[in-house]
Design a protein around this ligand. Structure first.
Ligand code: AMP
Length: 288
């Protein structure tokens, strides 16, 4: 497994892959890897085969964090990440530094951003107004550096995956975007690097997100007609906030293709939610 830390070296390698005709599978991450990330690596390998190459990037992207958010404390453990990548059969780990990705030299400061202008306006985009601009920008940069044929994203970040698909389509990136299912703990909590922030008491309460998705599913499936979103919303908020550390940021029901909110929730609608558990903000989603 090869480690690459410079943008120029990564671009040279990507050119070699293109010349030799090796298909490239790519998994962008912010590190502190877990079984969810590993499942994306496996998907990438399944798509490109043993002849192909699988690259993982590890970069805690500053432009997707607001100044009030957890950029400085975001968990990092490169040694452990490397071992997980090696064990998962990754060929190249790309770990660029901040100055490489976002030059800050006087007179040559980074100033170009990619903005998806429709799907980004809801949910995470309301709570984190500059988040998706940062995500789209770094993913566009990484696609230009690694030049993947296939890139794999997790359904855990459902809105992000949809925005990346839209960006790739709108800007003609020659890459297929694959969305892989959310990997969960045995009790249903979606794996996330941010779960590390949770105390034992908060960890026990964090299962509320998954329970709310299941509860919504059960209510909708048991009902003969669609349920008003506002009613489901207040019932689920109440259910979640019976846990003392949990505070709902948003719960939304929407069409998974258009992201338009649905007034009445029936089967096939999608639910997404963000909940603070203590100081940690967790997100999850699922089909109803
Ligand atoms: P992150 O390192 O959190 O930015 O995530 C990198 C990629 O892993 C994104 O495409 C995420 O959607 C995906 N991912 C994160 N957690 C999970 C999970 N529990 N299951 C599947 N994919 C995940």
């Amino acid at each position: 497994m090869r480690m690459v830390t410079s943008v120029a070296a990564m671009q040279r390698l990507a050119m070699e892959w293109k010349r030799s005709g090796s298909p490239v599978g790519f998994v962008p991450t912010m590190g502190y890897l877990h079984a969810g990330h590993v499942s994306l690596v496996r998907k990438a390998r399944a798509r490109v085969g043993q002849r192909g190459v699988v690259a993982v990037s590890i970069f805690v992207n500053p432009t997707q964090f607001a100044p009030t958010e957890d950029l400085a404390s975001y968990p990092r453990d490169l040694q452990r990440d490397k071992k997980l990548c090696r064990d998962a059969g990754v060929d190249v780990v790309f770990v660029p530094g901040n100055p490489q990705m976002y030059p800050a030299k006087p007179g040559a400061k980074f100033s170009t951003y990619v903005v998806e202008d429709a799907l980004s306006r809801r949910m995470e985009g309301v709570s984190r107004p500059t988040h998706f601009r940062g995500v789209a920008t770094v993913v566009a940069k990484l696609f230009n550096i690694v030049r993947p044929d296939v890139a794999v994203f997790g359904a855990k970040d459902f809105q992000q995956a949809a925005i990346v698909k839209r960006m790739a389509r709108d800007l003609d990136f020659p890459v297929s975007i694959i969305v892989a299912p959310t990997v969960r703990e045995p009790d249903g909590l979606a794996l996330s690097s941010r779960n590390k922030y949770l105390s034992a008491a908060e960890r026990a309460q964090a299962v509320a997100l998954w329970q709310a998705i299941r509860q919504a599913r059960q209510l909708v499936r048991a009902s003969t007609r669609p349920i008003p979103a506002s009613r489901l919303n207040s019932e689920l908020k109440w259910l979640i906030e019976t846990r003392p550390a949990a505070r709902v940021d948003y719960i939304e029901f929407f069409d998974p293709d258009t992201f338009q909110p649905v007034a009445n929730v029936g089967r096939g609608a999608h639910m997404a939610l963000a909940v603070f558990v203590g100081k940690t903000r967790l997100i999850d989603n699922g089909r109803i």
